[in-house]
Design a protein around this ligand. Sequence first.
Ligand code: HEM
Length: 424
Amino acid sequence: MKHPSMAKAINQFLLHLHPKKVESRAIVFNRTFGFGGIAALLFVILFVTGMLLRFAYVPSGAGAYDSIVRLQNQVIFGQLLRNFHYWSAMLLVVVSFLHLVRVFYSQAIYYERRKNWLYGLLLMFFVVSSNFTGYLLPWDQLSFWAVTIMTNMLSYIPLVGNFLANMIRGGEAVTEETLLRFYNFHTGLLPLLMVFFMAIHFWLVRKAKGVAIAPAEKSEKVDTSPNLVYKEALTALVVVAVLLLFSFFVDAPLLDKAKPLVSPNPSKAPWYFMGFQELLMHMHPAFASFLIPLFVIELFIVIPFLPYPKVNEGVWFFSEKGKRITILSAVFTIILTLLLIFIDDLLLDFNHWFPGLPVLITEGMFPVLLYFLPAGGFIFYLKKKMQANRMELVIASVTMILVAYLVMMFVGSFLRGEGMQLIF
Ligand code: HEM
């Protein structure tokens, strides 16, 4: 029997993922920026490097930290392996987010793609959960206190919060039991779930006949191999090369071994959760860690299912006006969010000014109104003055949510020092 060459075998495998022919416009790089494919590649890298890390890692309170130190100092390429895994994991969070942003703004989440948006949201949840559960494994001061802060935030959820936090931690505090749970989620259940849902995700892309393209843009069909396959291979090579180079020069952080009685000052959540920690500094925990996230998640779930007079599949920002509205919303939100953060830190003290009112009003309703009144006014302006239609208003609202979160993440990560005071 004749054996296919390596290149032929790879080609055949890739053709299982793609149709034989694709629209030439669909494979232009800046249609998708390859974010979905890069996310898939990063998952594979994480799987392989994770398998190797398991040979060195000891999942116990007494052994975890020392096993990481041993890996870094005594195993050949141990530090590089850990760096490669760590930076790939961080990049996967960023790339998945960019992919979400891409499919949203290029109107690729409507009609037959609606279900895939939901599977995508689920995948985003798994990506962040995988990162978060992995974060704890080095068992150093950074990871221990980041997980302590985040799981404490969960306990603010009304009624079920404590139960949920205790279930995730395996007790009232972060202990070795938490480490074991996280280890099992991180190396067992979560990768399995991701493989399963990624398969459905890819299948739905094929079912929708590939990525979204505006009907007016339809072009001739070309062979997937080599046209698309070469581009994918090149992108993969560049991503791996850049990541390896970065991992060679920049080490993944490792502080002192976890000390459950000595919290660092400031204690911060992982960077992608810093937006929530910042929000928590400005309003009641029931709002910051429950009501507002719940509102945003629900909004993201229903967006593709709302009735729209018109959808422009594959057209970035819906229209030229949509593009201007997106930029305007982003600028407005950056200014509003920064302004409110500084005003709240320096001036506002509703509790003091209204001592008779319940904290849910002074620390919940008031700050929320302070944000939503100007934001609502801005949406009203877009509708009345710029004649924005429903789709453009949805784009503006999502932009405001995403940008507000990014600004809070930035302030929390870079502008907060000791005692979480603002620093410049
Ligand atoms: C591990 C995470 C993910 C992987 C590996 C992945 C992979 C992919 C790939 C390869 C594609 C086709 C090409 C492309 O758009 O680049 C795609 C399309 C799509 N993805 Fe994802 N994705 C992930 C997460 C997400 C997330 C977080 C969302 C949004 C919530 C999402 C929603 C979609 C949608 C709606 C499409 C169809 C886009 C279109 O037809 O133009 N995906 N995904």
